[in-house]
Ligand binder design. Structure first.
Ligand code: PGA
Length: 249
C-alpha cells in the first residue's frame, strides 16, 4: 500500500483574521478532493477561527509548537490538550526557528513530540543542518543526532510521527536543496527510522521543507523518500499552495 503524501503549510507568524479568511476560502474553493493529505499550521491565536473555517473540509488543522508540559505555571505556553480542544491534528516541533531563537534543544524537541503523541496529535518533527554544517560535511551527523533524540524518547510509537527535513540554509532563502541532495538525506533518515521501527518505517512521512514552491515541488516530490512538503512562504499564496497540493500524488 502506498501512502498518500502530506502537504503541510507553515504560516509562521503571518496572518490576520481577514487575511486568513480570504486565504482559506480561496483554498477551499479550489482544493476539491486532493490526492494527498493537506494541513495548515497556523498561529495559535487563530486556531478557533481556523477550526470553524476548516470544519468538514479536507484540510486538517495544525499548530506550530506546543508545550512539553501538561498544565500549570508556564506563562505563554500552549498544552497539547488545549490544542486538542480546537481540533488540532498536527503540531510542528523543533522548527529551526524555534531551535535558533528559543534555544530549543534536541531533548526539548523530543519531550514536545512525546506530549503531542500522548494526546493524539501528530508531531511534525523538524531536523536540518545549517549552511556551515553542510559545508563542513556534518549534515549526516546533525540530522541523525536530532532524530535520534526523538527516537530515544518516543521509540515505542515512532511510527506515529512525521519527520520534516528542512535544511536551514534553504528556509525562506529561495535556495532549495536539489532533489538529489534532499533524497540522500531522506534516505538516511528512512534508514534510521527503519532501525527503530522496522517495517513500519516505510509508512512514516518524511517531508521536505525549505523554499519548496509551485515550480520545484513536482521534482522534489518525485523522489522515492520524499513523502510530502512543509511549506512556508508558498503556503501563504492560495494558487501556489494549491499547485503544490496538485503536484503531490
Ligand atoms: P519556506 O519555509 O518554505 O518559506 O522556506 C519552510 C519552513 O520553514 O517550514
Amino acid at each position: 500500500m502506498t501512502k498518500k503524501k502530506l502537504i503541510a503549510g507553515n504560516w509562521k507568524m503571518n496572518g490576520s483574521l481577514a487575511a486568513n479568511e480570504s486565504l482559506v476560502k480561496a483554498l477551499l474553493q479550489d482544493v476539491g478532493t486532493p490526492d494527498c493529505e493537506v494541513a495548515v499550521c497556523v498561529p495559535a491565536p487563530y486556531l478557533a477561527q481556523m477550526q470553524a473555517l476548516l470544519a468538514g473540509s479536507p484540510i486538517a488543522l495544525g499548530a506550530q509548537d506546543l508545550s512539553a508540559q501538561q498544565q500549570g505555571a508556564f506563562t505563554g505556553e500552549q498544552s497539547a490538550t488545549m490544542l486538542k480542544d480546537f481540533g488540532v491534528r498536527y503540531a510542528i516541533v523543533g522548527h529551526s526557528e524555534r531551535r535558533q531563537y528559543h534555544g530549543e534543544t534536541d531533548e526539548a524537541v523530543a519531550a514536545k513530540a512525546a506530549a503531542a503523541l500522548a494526546n493524539g496529535i501528530t508531531p511534525i518533527v523538524c531536523v536540518g543542518e545549517t549552511l556551515a554544517q553542510r559545508e563542513s560535511a556534518h549534515t549526516e551527523e546533525v540530522v541523525k543526532r536530532q532524530l535520534a533524540a526523538v527516537i530515544h524518547v518516543n521509540g515505542h510509537c515512532i511510527s506515529e510521527i512525521v519527520v520534516a527535513y528542512e535544511p536551514v540554509w534553504a528556509i525562506g532563502t529561495g535556495k532549495t536543496a536539489t532533489p538529489e541532495q534532499a533524497q540522500s538525506v531522506h534516505a538516511l533518515l528512512r534508514a534510521q527510522l527503519h532501525h527503530a521501527a522496522n517495517e513500519h518505517a516505510a509508512g512514516i512521512h518524511i517531508l521536505y521543507g525549505g523554499s519548496m514552491n509551485a515550480a520545484n515541488a513536482a521534482e522534489l516530490l518525485a523522489q522515492p523518500d520524499i513523502d510530502g512538503g512543509l511549506i512556508g512562504g508558498a503556503s501563504l499564496k492560495a494558487p501556489d499552495f494549491l499547485q503544490i497540493i496538485a503536484a503531490a500524488r
